[in-house]
Design a protein around this ligand. Structure first.
Ligand code: FE
Ligand code: ZN
Ligand code: FE
Length: 183
């Protein structure tokens, strides 16, 4: 896949050019499908994050969720922009993985209502989400690179950096609050 993408990018005819183009087309389609999955995942998060902010006990955690909500709204827009830079129609497809992660988060909020452990539970749920996003954006960014979609590389990389920062922020908040817990 990698070699075919490179050959195509350089305009070099390959031994089996038609076979290579077909492969590129399938790879490109996979890329678009993954972007559609991610767009849906981000849209799910714009609904889940306000609930998590409300459920958080510490103001610092609530603020972290609120500020990541703002970033997440931007992630939605960036993905739409990626489709546009590719001259493709914006597409969204239910992300079952995110649905599952969000459902688990909701269950946790229900179970931990009034518990002093609720923030720890919210952080755990949120970090699973961030790791899913980091994996997904890392993948689509690498694919965009292989296919020479440089504007997409740029946009996806910006979001990837924000997902990593959000994950690190949650680790920091978890450590701080763990230090405040009585041993
Ligand atoms: Fe995101
Ligand atoms: Zn997904
Ligand atoms: Fe995120």
């Amino acid at each position: 896949m990698k070699n075919n993408a490179r050959d195509n990018q350089n305009g070099q005819p390959t031994d089996s050019e038609s076979q290579g183009n077909e492969m590129n087309n399938e790879f490109h389609q996979l890329f678009l499908d993954e972007l559609a999955d991610l767009l849906n995942a981000e849209m799910q998060l714009t609904k889940a994050l306000p609930k998590m902010a409300k459920a958080a006990q510490s103001e610092e955690l609530a603020e972290a969720f609120r500020s990541h909500l703002e970033e997440t709204e931007n992630h939605v827009n960036r993905l739409k922009e990626v489709f546009e830079t590719l001259n493709e129609k914006v597409k969204s497809k239910t992300c079952k993985a995110m649905k599952g992660l969000v459902e688990e988060g909701s269950e946790l909020m229900e179970e931990l209502k009034g518990s002093s452990a609720i923030d720890a539970g919210l952080i755990a749920a949120a970090q699973k989400v961030e790791h899913y996003e980091i994996a997904s954006y890392g993948t689509v960014r690498a694919w965009a690179e292989q296919m020479g979609h440089s504007e997409a590389v740029e946009l996806l990389g910006e979001t990837l950096d924000e997902e990593k920062a959000a994950d690190e922020k949650l680790t920091e908040i978890a450590r701080e609050s763990a230090n405040k817990q009585p041993a």
